[in-house]
Design a protein around this ligand. Sequence first.
Ligand code: DLL
Length: 433
Amino acid sequence: MIHNPEMECMSREDMTKLQTERLIKTVKTCYEKVPFYRKKMDKMGVKPEDIKSIEDIHRLPFTTKHDLRDEYPFGLQAVLHSEVRRIHASSGTTGKPVVDTYTENDLEMWAEGAARVMAAGDVGPGDTVQVSYGYGLFTGGLGAHDAAAMRGAVQLPTSAGNSEKQIMLMKDFGSTVLACTPSYALHLAECIDKSDKVNIEDMKLRVGFFGAEPWTEGMRKELEEKLHIKAIDIYGLTEMCGPGVGGECECQNGTHLWEDLFYPEIINPDTLEPCAPGEFGELVFTSLKKEAMPILRYRTRDLTRLIYEPCKCGRTAVRMDRILGRSDDMLIIRGVNVFPSTIEAILTEFPVYSPQYFITVDRKDNEDMFDLDVELREEYFSPNPSKQMPYIKPLYDRIVSVIGIKPNIHILPPNTIQRSMGKAKHVNDKRKF
Ligand code: DLL
């Protein structure tokens, strides 16, 4: 089901026209209301009048996470504080949080972005959407909540955690939709598997909206099989609004980005030049409709590519490939670039392993050490190391052939790797740089 056919299926020509109109307005607001952007544009010798079409976007300055932290908390705000209705923030790992503020219209726009994704899973009246993303400053909880409301569904705000109760409510209230991180969904699935009180057959779940962290096709298969659902990828970031900057459609074949709201570019992160169509690079967004905190050419650090071929669903909104990872999550081990999600993708090729993993990187005698904790599934596990050997060798060989470095693999008993309620932590890099 398409939530807003006019916007989601607009012809390329009309979309370019709309994007141009909205860009011109956004740039003017940024220049007139946000000293940070006026300074940056003056320094580059660009005036709002120079931006005549969406193609001129390349003349505008980039915005980085660093800039947002420097302007903490409200330096990028373009409206009076009396016009603001909500504040969210993403904690990040270091320093000040990244803040986003919203006017009434911004909240409506955000809810619509996420509602478009839920509509692709046919969410509507009669559905009960169990929102197991965290509620709070994190955008996941309230983002999914408002989208469910816009679709006319029942909102069940369980937030993240307390898995036993989540599962009880899922059964008793007949939740049909689950919204949470894919790692938490996997944890819930494992809890249902283990439970002697409930069975997946007792549940009415039919679709899940999973995002906030990279996940793989293998993980999709696992979640779909274990939870008896269709697993749909939802993408977003606090700086643009939260979940719902884009999402998969029923074809589950790339994430449609809502180009009428956020203009996407792919750039080479080293040269900052645009990448050729279809090439992998860093995703950059310019907000086209945000009022409280409009943002020009925000460097997300997410690495992906854009797919312009038409989608079978009828939506014309450009698609983005799965996110390989963030440039700042990429590990360099013995000189080789490694994305944690590559390990997940490899693990899910082996039915004997669960998709749970933890990477520890350390340096000994000037050499990088790469330790990988994995879990065998219950039915394959034996505490006797000699019985584990036949499973280690194929995984080891596959990792060496895909990423070219040799891991020290440790097989742990089932359910021992720490489970996450929100974004999973897969890496401990102990090296001092
Ligand atoms: O994670 C918003 C969100 C909530 C999205 C719930 C989807 C569902 P932040 O905490 O600001 O916002 O983190 C944004 O998370 O730049 C990506 O690196 C990553 N991310 C978000 N969605 C996906 C996804 C929320 N579907 C950062 N696949 C982004 C891969 C994702 N990575």
